[in-house]
Write a protein that binds this ligand. Structure first.
Ligand SMILES: Cc1ncc(COP(=O)(O)O)c(C=O)c1O
Length: 422
């Protein structure tokens, strides 16, 4: 059983055992995602210890692998889903819908059909609407179950403008309309249970003021809704707890975030709910990739690897930094030490943005070397795609110290088989 004792606030890439990763790459090939479920459990316990009174949900979008969902469900963590697909995955690993929330974002009709069908089988499911007409569309389908309203608090935070959702018109009903919308929903027979907002992803310790301001607005709103509409079961302040991607970045002070949260919510008789994604899984995962090409490209050394933006999209999408380590150079049986040189590490996709790092100082790479890209457990495989008709990689999990294949590597047949035959 995993305990918090001796569990660091962040697991750095340097803490992974190179020979273990080399042996997994040898057995399963590359590119390969490796996810340590024991670390996922530690992260869950750290959250539980900082937020002992909160209901904790996992934002499935960060990593929807069945092993992750089962592991977190086993830890008593609920599941927050952003689509009918995630909802289907969540309900497959839980006994009832009680621990499952579906947060509908501009939901396609097919998603609402599936969600309402799921509710018929699991009436304890909670649906969070982010637009007034989502409530109408649920009603049209006969839904009068547990309803939460996603509001737009008008304040955003996060590691990149593309993930700052709190003030983005796409997400939620303007907070100032929430009381009217929920009063109307209650009159129409919905079981109004909560309010929700998510300020953004990758919130760091130096954004604590924005977090405090956001939570205090939500606390105030919960008081207004309670006074005007009736008791709420929960106040869901979303996720967004940041993890340090850079080697010199300090881990988030979770206790400080928890204290600030409790203080900012103020006096209100509702259950606090949080729904982080990244925090559970980011540092539990690495992506292994093999060097295919090393070339002198005038201004830099270009190192071509077999993973690309289709395997891990974050660097291309957000200019995200991921630590990179040459495991072959680091492993104990390499006799000579390698000189550090500036290297640009790029994937096999025919796009100039398909680059993991530019001019980064790393031990000189050689063809056949195994590299590890760190903090790849969140929004890694989930954002992987088949651009350039490239099959998605395999995923291995480590569970109680033992590694096993969790998802096989796709084949080119998997990519083409959904098309019509000749
Ligand atoms: C509604 C909602 N909740 C939770 C999350 C999880 O965010 P994070 O993985 O940064 O904790 C997201 C991320 O986009 C979200 O949109």
């Amino acid at each position: 059983m995993t305990t918090l004792e001796g569990s660091p606030a962040v697991r750095r890439l340097t803490a992974w055992e190179p020979t273990r990763l080399e042996s997994l790459a040898g057995e399963y090939g590359t590119p390969l995602y490796v996810l340590d479920l024991d670390r996922v459990r530690e992260n869950a316990r750290r959250l539980e210890s900082a937020f002992p009174d909160a209901e904790i949900l996992y934002a499935v979008k960060a990593n929807a692998l069945k092993d992750v969902l089962e592991t977190l469900h086993g830890e008593g963590v609920g599941l927050e889903c952003a689509s009918a697909g995630e909802l289907t995955r969540a309900l497959a690993v839980t006994d009832s819908g009680a621990e499952v929330h579906y947060t509908a974002v501009n939901p396609p009709a097919r998603d609402l059909d599936i969600a309402v069908e799921a509710w018929e089988a699991h009436p304890e499911l909670t649906i969070t609407a982010g637009a007034e007409d989502t409530i109408d569309r649920l009603e049209e389908r006969g839904y009068d179950g547990r309803l939460c309203l996603r509001v737009n608090p008008g304040i955003g935070a996060g590691h990149h403008e593309k993930v700052q959702t709190g003030a983005n018109a796409k997400f939620g009903v303007p907070a100032e309309r929430a009381v009217d919308v929920l009063a109307d929903a209650a009159d129409r027979g919905f079981d109004v249970v909560g309010i929700h907002a998510h300020v953004g992803s990758g919130v760091s310790s130096d954004q604590l003021d924005a977090h405090r301001e956001f939570v205090s607005r939500m606390g105030e709103l919960a008081r207004s809704v309670t006074a005007a509409v009736g008791d709420l079961e929960f106040l869901d302040i979303g996720g967004g707890f940041g993890v340090p991607y850079r080697e010199d970045e300090q881990p988030l002070d979770l206790e400080a975030v928890a204290d600030a949260t409790r203080e900012a919510v103020g006096e209100v008789d509702v259950q606090l709910t949080i729904e982080p994604g990244r925090y559970f899984v980011a540092d539990a995962g690495v992506l292994l990739t093999t060097v295919n090409t090393v070339k002198d490209a005038r201004e830099t050394t270009l190192v071509g690897v077999d993973a690309g933006m289709t395997t891990l999209l974050r660097p291309a999408m957000y200019d995200a930094y991921h630590p990179i380590r040459n495991l072959t150079a680091d492993s104990s049986d390499t006799e000579r030490s390698r000189e550090e040189t500036a290297q640009t590490i790029a994937g096999p996709i025919c796009e100039s943005g398909d680059v993991f790092c530019t001019d980064r100082k790393l031990p000189e790479s050689e063809r056949g070397d195994l590299l590890a890209i760190g903090n790849a457990g969140a929004y890694g495989y989930e954002m992987a795609n088949q651009y350039n008709s490239r099959p998605r990689p395999a995923s291995v999990v480590i569970d109680d110290g033992v590694a096993r294949l969790a998802r096989r590597r796709e084949t080119i047949d998997d990519v083409t088989s959904v098309e019509r035959e000749r």
